[in-house]
Write a protein that binds this ligand. Structure first.
Ligand SMILES: O=C(O)[C@H](O)COP(=O)(O)O
Ligand SMILES: [Mg+2]
Length: 415
């Protein structure tokens, strides 16, 4: 019986089939390995091989991946469709971003990009709404939608939180968003926050005549998340917010299923993504995390601020472009720019990422010298001006709250 070795997973003449998942990795081989050794081992360990020569009968190699290109520190691996279970993101990631991340045959390895084939991609639901939320929920026309996150992140009472929502909404913002670490703590319980914030939303809608909405953080174990999703639907919300990386993709898939029953959109916060993608030559890129978020059904996703905010960013504009492109008929995703933004940064942000986004600021609204309502007016005025191609300095002559924000923060990128 012929044995199967890691060399059998390398074929540099191989052309991937349309049905195969094709992944690109940056690889730094271990000091005693060359690139071909490392490439064969990556394809082997991430599909159906191991360190030892195996004796196996039948069509085992039908499930083997093939390392089919090596170029300038990068390898391409093609994975046969039969290797994957339909609609099971945990299983897919256990293959393509599993043991290989820690194997000694490589010093460093980063999953950079995936080309998702139709047979696998269409076993996932994708977003229910995607960028259409701008039009369908908010009738926003050509401008980005806007959001704010009450600060301090945690510690505000329910009354304070809902009051901040009212001030932000009436100041002109579209969305109130819970912060990533606010869920159901004693100082601000989920059920009370949901009902009080939605009551203030209704009041703000009546006063402004504009549609307003609330991104309430349902993140928890899956059972509690689903209960919270049901509560949001029962009380007339349009969205839930989920910390997609910390709660895990299987849980996101269940939330997507339940949101479909209620017609709710999902706002995905990416807290902890940097544990996977911040070291440039190791881990899983934000690009791939964004792809996974889209497949699992996030309608909106934080993708950074194109280097203008307080957090490190990986290719925000390129990732956003991918989120808009066709993916075998699955809906697109609305990118959310967030993390250290303020009104003075908005023109440059829109120049870098365009208007088909959500512009979100916490400190850049609530840190306004005249408070949240003034901060919201300043952010909305900056977004309206930038989206219309108008100079925000000129807009500041008409909107004093914007003038105050520009005077305070200028165009500085915070740290
Ligand atoms: O969740 C977020 O995106 C942040 O809380 C935004 O906060 P910041 O604008 O104060 O950085
Ligand atoms: Mg936050």
């Amino acid at each position: 019986m012929p044995g199967i070795n890691y060399e059998d997973f390398l074929d540099l003449d191989y052309e991937p089939r349309d049905s195969e998942l094709v992944c690109t990795f940056a690889v730094d081989p271990a000091s005693d390995m060359d690139m071909t050794d490392a490439a064969g081992r990556v394809a082997s360990e991430s599909s159906n091989g191991t360190w030892a020569e195996l004796q196996a009968e039948g069509s085992i190699t039908d499930l083997s991946a093939t390392a089919c290109a090596i170029d300038d520190g990068r390898i391409t691996v093609a994975y046969p469709d039969a290797l994957f279970e339909d609609g099971n993101m945990a299983q897919v990631l256990s293959c393509i971003a599993g043991n290989i991340m820690g194997m000694k045959a490589v010093e460093r390895i980063r999953l950079l990009d995936c080309d998702w084939p139709e047979p696998l991609a269409t076993t996932f639901p994708g977003p229910q709404f995607g960028t259409s939320v701008r039009e369908e929920i908010f009738d926003a026309g050509d401008r980005p939608i806007t959001a704010t996150v009450p600060k301090p992140k945690v510690g505000l009472s329910t009354d304070q939180h809902a009051q901040i929502g009212y001030e932000a909404w009436t100041g002109g913002l579209d969305l109130l968003k819970d912060d990533e670490n606010l869920t159901d703590q004693d100082f601000n319980p989920f059920a009370d926050r949901l009902t009080e914030s939605l009551a203030q939303r209704d009041r703000a809608e009546d006063e402004t005549g504009e549609k307003k909405s609330y991104l309430v953080n349902v993140t928890a174990d899956t059972r509690r998340m689903l209960e919270r999703v049901d509560m949001v639907a029962e009380h007339g919300g349009e969205y839930v917010m989920v910390d997609v990386v910390t709660c895990g993709w299987s849980a996101v898939q269940r939330v997507r299923e339940r949101c479909d029953e209620h017609g709710l959109a999902i706002h995905a916060h990416r807290a902890m993504h940097a544990a996977f993608d911040r070291i440039p030559d190791h881990g899983v890129s934000m690009r791939v995390l964004a792809q996974v978020s889209r497949l699992c059904g996030a309608d909106q996703l934080h993708t950074g601020t194109a280097d203008l905010g307080k957090l490190e960013n990986e290719d925000t504009a390129g990732i956003n472009e991918w989120l808009y492109t066709d993916l075998h008929g699955l809906n697109d995703v609305l990118p959310v720019a967030s993390g250290g933004l303020h009104p003075g940064l908005v023109p440059e942000l829109i120049d870098r990422v365009g208007t088909n986004v959500c512009v979100q600021a916490g400190g850049g609204v609530h840190g306004h010298p005249d408070g949240t309502h003034a901060g919201a007016k300043a952010l909305r005025a900056a977004v309206d001006a930038a989206a219309a191609g108008e100079d925000i300095e000129a807009k500041a002559d008409e909107v004093p709250e914007l003038a105050t924000a520009i005077e305070k923060w200028g165009t500085e990128t915070p740290r």
